[in-house]
Design a protein around this ligand. Sequence first.
Ligand SMILES: [Zn+2]
Length: 193
Amino acid sequence: MKQEYIINACSGKCIDVIAGQKITVIDIEGGQVVDFFAENSANQNEFLSPGVTIDCNESLRLHVGNYIYSNLYHAMFQILYDEVGEHDLLHPCCRPEMYHFFYHNGKDHPNCLENINHSLGEERPMIHPINLFMYSKIYEDGTISVKRPLSKAGSKIVLKAEMNLRLGIAACSVSESDCNSGKCTPIKIMIED
Ligand SMILES: [Zn+2]
């Protein structure tokens, strides 16, 4: 069985997957960040944690073969294939307050926190996703700089679900910086057994 979903620019979607299914995330036009969040289908208090993922993998980077972990230190996904190799584990979902802080335009700005919360039917006060394709360059002195994603049109990453999951996925809404190459574009998700 194969299902395909398009997530329009600046929007989000909830997708249910079962353990063992493969999730392919495709950057349709290139240079677009995907805010990728998930929770245990049976327990919304178990959710994806970039912090735990950094802890378990002892790395700020994700590599093929690595697992992505939940707040309860259980494997949620394994990375099966990756054409890009640069993904961000540091930044929380963009939100109105972030747009206000940097750009003074937070009012009514589409944002990943609300897009993921609305798609899941939740009101999490903060969501810390894996930012697929986001390129946060980390310098030796600890400073970071968000660069254009390295993903090209059609670039993809493939994950395997390690448990039954509800995915909350958003095509990031930042057009003000290099984060999404200066414009917001759609993404495609494929789910396969
Ligand atoms: Zn965003």
